[in-house]
Write a protein that binds this ligand. Sequence first.
Ligand code: TXE
Length: 493
Amino acid sequence: MNGEPDLFVGGTWVHACDGGTRDVVNPADGSVIATVDEAADADARDAVRAARAAFDDGAWPATPVAERAALLDRIADLLQRDKEELAVLETRDTGKTLAESRIDVDDVTSVFRYYAKLVGVEADRVVDVGDPTVISRVVREPIGVCVLIAPWNYPLLQMSWKIAPALGAGCTMVAKPSEVTPLSTIAFVHLLEEAGVPPGVVNLVQGSGAVLGAALTDNADVDFISFTGGLATGRTISRVAAEHVTKVAVELGGKNPHIVFADAEWESSVDQVLTGVFLHSGQVCSAGTRLIVEESIADDFVAALVERAEKIRMGDGMDPASETGPLVSEQHRAKVEAHVATAISEGAKLLTGGSRPTDPALAAGSFYPPTIFDGCDRSMAIVREETFGPILTVERFTSEAEAIGLGNDTEYGLAAGVRTSDAARGERVVRALRHGTVWLNDFGYYTAAAEWGGFRKSGNGRELGPTGLAEYQEIKHIWHNTAPKSAGWFTGE
Ligand code: TXE
């Protein structure tokens, strides 16, 4: 960063082989906050080779579980020691508020602590095969060389959801953060080095997916790819990896319904629908972007939302008065604006927002205000496609079956919320929704111990929880006969 090498290959910090660099921009004011090395294809290939060598010839895959767990705990300690520094980097790079970045570092810490405990207790399985001379065991082994590709909305958090279980399982890896937001990951890899991660176990390259994609994903030396990002990229990676039959887990965002029944508790429902969609300016894969509200309360509910949305304070994430920051980049704001224009042309009724803020203090940043559209339906792109911005659409229903139908009427399936004071109905609806996480009378929360991932086009595989560790493990069945004897099938006569 700023002259220091930023690529970490085989335990050494190096510059890009072709001298490439990229300016990193603070989206709150458009200023360049750092210049980092931008890897070339050859750098990514070196990184995969280093990870391969560390897996095939290094000690890490067979390091005792207790040592791996101790390393994860040390990483958690260092995260807390450097919490403020990491949070500031994250805020300046992504635009999110400092309060949110601090929460991210705490969450990341809890993920390392969780896997530090879990790797020690996940036991092998002994299977009874009906023959007392046979000891049959099912054991878990590290899957091998992992490529970890993260997006820009939660750079440190998304990468840690991958690195923690990968390290815990005994894998080696190449991490590639988004080229838009590499800073916290670079700082984090310095922490991993300090914590004692052996050379070659974690390698880091940053740069454009288009340039590095082939080396990282179309590569027979890679055993597993964990990707979080957009649907189009997830499809490409899955297709390319299939050529090598490489295992892939992808988390590809969502178009998440938040269903509000007329009997829902009013204050918390208004508040959480608002937070669920406008937190981090809607740049959240599980953002509740589709409000599906019972007709009898819809007008009043939407009016209350508009009133609250117009009071949200936008500003630089470093300013404690800011409740939400800018979009991550000018390029991303252009995408959001294009979606809004299409929504208006398709007949959605704009209630608030819908154009850049006029406050001169926000003019240099890529800010976009909370925006609400009423009168929406599935024929509209704004209801079907992920915008990844502060846009809420409103659809109405009159029966429970209709609410469930609308909630499932999406090609995605990452997350959903249901709000009702009728417990039996709550249970019926959460079970009927085809989404990876469903919140009942709450929204947006997760824990390291519970799986996270999508149904349908929101992806496959899971992060967090025991399944998040299992993704990084191969399963081996060991059949051991303690009293060897002939099979007796071919008689030899
Ligand atoms: O994502 P990309 P983008 C959605 C959101 C957003 C859209 C596009 O709707 O507007 O995706 O965002 C790397 N081989 N989400 O273009 O391209 C890339 O460098 C290997 C949802 O920023 O998918 C980055 O590190 N890697 C999401 C990562 O993929 C490649 C969070 C994600 O970038 C690659 C972010 C390739 N061919 C955006 N091409 C979520 N699920 O939370 C790109 N990359």
